[in-house]
Ligand binder design. Structure first.
Ligand code: DGY
Length: 440
């Protein structure tokens, strides 16, 4: 990459992280998402680690300070939840503060998000120059993240398969994936007469529909009626899914915790993480790998059935070294083939849904567009397995999209389409964070 391009991208990415910095954490986007989101925060901390280690550590410290008493790390922490924040559904709608497990000093949601923090902590530790000076921060963060994994394995794996479930589509991170349509087709929620705020910031065509929101709000309503009690929610919620991206990320974080446990001297935690990871790797390969598709699929525990849809998220377990050599080869062929790069094999990797899927939409939230934080995961995974052509392509496409369209939240994967292919929020934090890693 040309030096000038690199300097410009780096300066722009730093400007965005600084713009979105709020004293001790980063908002994903100043208009659309005005609070702290779990997995955004993890990626943002890695971005900060390239330019300002103090902010990287502060980001994680703030996030972990909202941990629930049962270990859950919430998907949103509502710092300074005032009406001018223009976000819905806010802390009141979630009502998670009624749970005896929720923290007293800050309001949060009662659901989680992909467990990226294990590998985020390892990333920060590797970048840290004065490791001894910050050892306490790393050790206490390790223990908090370990408690989070323990909660997931204890409360979210009823069949002891090493595959934890998610109980809201927002927990998946891939909020509006077409995969969830399969679940929505099994029941009818009430219609909610509420004022959405997201569509005042971003065009409706790029966001979930009104009916989608009825499902999302209904799951929150049911959880609230259960007072966020895990076993009641497991009984009452119609959405209980084993998700390959969530579990793939969990496995990658387990691996990082195993390495860090050695360094920090936590032998019993280490052996527990080893056990968890053996189970999760087995569960992913035995239950979720889809040989006919060449990637990982979903399992709906409520309706006891698979949901096989070729999503970009179905490649994520590669980051954790989960697939066998044969599976990884199938995945490499799949991602470079027509389903993901289009009939001319020239599309941008990696679409969130196969471009040949009937549900593909080039511009709607998680139903087709490329997300750079997923690309970051895939780039690492394919590189680790020695598929450098795939890894290089993912990196090159990520940079090309940002150079062409700007630092958006998500991007059109189709080559040579008209207009700007950047969608959702602009000046988006994790897009900036991933670019900082890619160019450094
Ligand atoms: C949103 O508001 O769309 C968020 O993704 C929920 O986490």
């Amino acid at each position: 990459m040309e030096t000038q391009n690199k300097i410009n991208l780096s300066a722009e990415a730093s400007r965005i992280l600084n713009k979105n910095w709020r004293k001790s954490f980063t908002v994903p986007s100043s208009s659309l998402y005005p609070f702290q989101w779990l997995w955004d925060s993890g990626f943002n901390a890695m971005g900060w680690a390239n330019i300002n280690m103090d902010n990287a550590r502060a980001e994680i410290k703030t996030l972990l300070s909202a941990q629930w008493k049962n270990g859950l790390l919430p998907h949103i922490t509502f710092h300074d939840d005032s009406a001018d924040k223009m976000y819905f559904p806010g802390a009141e709608f979630h009502g998670a503060y009624h749970s005896p497990n929720s923290p007293e000093h800050v309001k949060t949601t009662g659901m989680t998000q992909p467990p990226v923090l294990g590998f985020v902590l390892e990333y920060l530790y590797e970048k840290e120059t004065d490791k001894a000076a910050h050892l306490e921060f790393y050790k206490s963060s390790f223990l908090a993240i370990y408690a989070f994994h323990k909660y997931l394995y204890t409360d979210r794996d009823p069949n002891n398969e090493g595959l934890v479930y998610i109980r809201h589509n927002w927990e998946s991170g891939s909020d509006n994936s077409a995969v969830w349509d399969e679940v929505w087709s099994t029941y009818e929620p009430p219609s909610y007469d509420v004022e959405r705020k997201d569509t005042t910031h971003v065009d409706q065509s790029q966001r979930p529909t009104k009916r989608d929101y009825d499902y999302y709000l209904n799951l929150i309503d049911i959880s609230k009626q259960c007072n966020y009690d895990e076993s009641k929610m497991l009984d009452d919620l119609p959405f209980v899914i084993q998700d390959p991206m969530f579990n793939g990320i969990l496995a990658a974080s387990n691996k990082s915790l195993i390495k860090l446990a050695d360094i920090f001297g936590f032998p019993s935690e280490k052996s527990q993480c080893v056990d968890w990871n053996i189970k999760t790797t087995g569960g992913l390969n035995e239950k979720l790998y889809d040989e006919t598709q060449g990637l990982y699929r979903y399992y709906d525990l409520k309706n006891e059935r698979y949901i096989s849809m070729p999503t970009g998220m179905g490649f994520v377990p590669i980051m954790a070294g989960v697939p066998t050599r044969v599976q990884a080869q199938q995945m490499a062929d799949k991602i470079m083939g027509e389903d993901f790069t289009g009939s001319n094999l020239d599309g941008y990797l990696c679409p969130s849904l196969s471009v040949t899927s009937p549900s593909f939409e080039h511009n709607r939230y998680w139903r087709g567009p490329v997300w750079l934080q997923v690309n970051w995961i895939l780039e690492r995974g394919f590189r680790e397995y020695g598929f450098s052509e795939v890894a290089d392509r993912i990196k090159k496409d990520s940079l090309a999209l940002v150079i062409k369209d700007g630092f958006y939240e998500y991007f059109n994967p189709i080559k040579n389409s008209e207009g700007n292919g950047g969608y959702g929020g602009n000046d988006f934090s994790w897009t900036a964070a991933v670019i900082l890693d890619f160019i450094n």
